[in-house]
Design a protein around this ligand. Structure first.
Ligand SMILES: [Zn+2]
Length: 497
């Protein structure tokens, strides 16, 4: 017999804090005017200069746009923006760091004490600061040397540190996803994990129920390159630490890397003592001061953020939460939807669409979330690349709302519009998809179907609802998908009662 030990399940509680780096989409690098190619250049060492390669005698100049981007992120995440701030040198040696130090921020980060609500839980944000990214080392196979590429050196890098408020891998994933969404809404970064624009690290410890929350030994997990793996790496690490503690052993303080192939975290570096980076104020950049007016202006310049947009879409357009979630998950999709809405309103004003507005908006959302998303995913397209103009999309919705075409025809038309960018009225005409609502025509098809399918007709009369669906399907088939489904259902029910 198996004994489930409940104590085992609740004995240790995970404490997780995230450290997220986001490369900012500025025009130039952090401390020079080299082009910011986000480290995605195809040739090595093309966007470099004496400053970002650390030549003697060069001087850094702070990038104003990068500072604004970080402060915007801070405002969007409910942080306090420091009125006085400075840059500091973080000293360490590594071949991808040409100066032998990184310009970062130590005790005066631009933003402090923020929070982000994720799935009904508030996650505290300790700080957000700005620093420069490092170069990249390249290790060619079968040779005894490595190469260094400085394209990424000096790219503005935002670092965000959360409070240890997270308890599961899923919460951490949701936090990172929402952070990505906010960065994209603000236009400060694409925050694409696969491209390395966004890098998430987790600090994980466990504490025994009843003991101090931060009494466990902290393990840092790195090398996570997708949202899926944020969740997986954390959950796997929690299991690993639980097993260590269950065996009565101690968790070693170390840095572990997520190994996708093994589906496990592996030890990379054991921390014997805290690093001494000998931080000191960057002498080549004077301290920075920001006025209340400056901060208020920045606050006013923020775009509508995901939570606000979601709330407004539900209130203003009467959309369901599920549809709103999908549409506002991508700022461009939300903008596309709003363009469609204004086209629909326009068409109603001039009498081109006669149906009910609320119904049209719901249909627009439904077709966007189901059909349009389906084509976008299947073809790996972004909404920006779509050939269907908002006007044509609105026209199609009008045809559906006004009963000119039925839903199966609408799917066919939408698919063709998706691939050709064609006009819906022309497609409907060319394919002869106008919905048949003529009682005489439909009546004769219904009669024919009933006489050919006597058994199903009897089944329905005996109470089998499925039989009605079958007969309905036969009528749609006979009419080549053009029959008005509501009329067909009513006729079938009437004739079989
Ligand atoms: Zn440069």
């Amino acid at each position: 017999m198996e004994i489930i030990d409940n104590k085992f399940m609740s004995k240790y509680i995970p404490v997780i804090g995230m450290e997220v780096h986001v490369e900012l989409k500025t025009k130039s690098k952090m401390f020079c005017d080299s082009k910011n190619g986000m480290g995605l250049e195809t040739e090595p060492n093309v966007n470099i200069c004496p400053v970002c390669t650390g030549q003697p005698g060069t001087l850094p100049v702070a990038n104003r746009q990068a500072i604004e981007f970080v402060q915007k992120a801070g405002l969007a995440l409910n942080c306090t923006i420091r009125k006085q701030s400075k840059f500091d040198r973080k000293n360490y040696f590594y071949p991808d760091l040409p100066k032998g130090y990184q310009i970062s921020q130590y005790d005066q980060p631009f933003c402090e004490n923020g929070k982000l609500d994720v799935a009904g839980k508030t996650i505290g944000i300790t700080r957000i600061h700005l620093e420069e990214d490092t170069g990249k080392l390249v290790h060619p196979k079968n040779v005894d040397y490595s190469l260094v590429d400085f394209n990424r050196a000096g790219v503005p890098l935002m670092e965000l540190v959360t409070e240890p408020d997270i308890e599961t891998g899923a919460e951490a994933r949701l936090f990172c996803q929402k952070l990505q969404q906010i960065c994209r809404y603000l236009g400060i970064s694409d925050a694409d994990m696969e491209k390395g624009n966004m890098r998430c690290e987790a600090n994980i410890s466990l504490y025994r129920e009843g003991e101090e929350k931060l009494s466990g030994t902290k393990v840092e997990v790195k090398n996570i390159n997708s949202f899926k793996f944020v969740e997986k790496a954390i959950d796997v690490e929690i299991k690993r630490q639980t097993a260590v503690l269950e065996e009565g052993k101690k968790v070693v303080q170390e840095t572990r890397g997520w190994d996708e192939g093994k589906g496990d975290t592996v030890s990379q570096r054991v921390k014997e003592s805290a690093h001494d980076y000998r931080y000191f104020p960057e002498p080549d950049i004077p301290p920075l001061r920001f006025t209340d007016d400056y901060i208020e202006n920045l606050r006013r310049s923020l775009p509508e953020l995901p939570d606000q947009k979601e709330k407004r879409f539900m209130e203003e357009y009467g959309l369901s939460r599920e549809n709103t979630d999908v549409i506002t998950s991508d700022k461009s999709l939300a903008e596309y939807f709003e363009e469609v809405v204004s086209e629909i309103k326009e068409k109603m004003k001039c009498g081109e669409v006669i149906g009910d507005e609320a119904k049209c908006l719901k249909l627009s959302a439904n077709y966007m979330v189901s059909e349009l998303q389906k084509h976008l995913i299947k073809n790996d397209h972004k909404i920006e690349e779509i050939k269907i103009t908002p006007e044509n999309y609105a026209e199609l919705i009008g045809f559906i709302a006004d009963g000119k075409i039925n839903s199966s025809a609408a799917q066919t038309v939408l698919e063709e519009m998706y691939h050709t960018g064609g006009d819906p009225s022309q497609i409907i005409e060319a394919r002869g998809l106008i919905q048949v609502s003529d009682e005489g025509v439909l009546g004769s098809i219904v009669d024919e179907v009933i006489s050919k399918n006597q058994k199903s007709a009897e089944d329905y009369k005996a109470g089998k609802q499925n039989a009605l669906q079958f007969l309905m399907g036969q009528v749609m088939k006979e009419s080549k998908g053009k029959a008005n489904p509501q009329m067909v259902i009513e006729m079938l029910k009437k004739k079989l009662s």
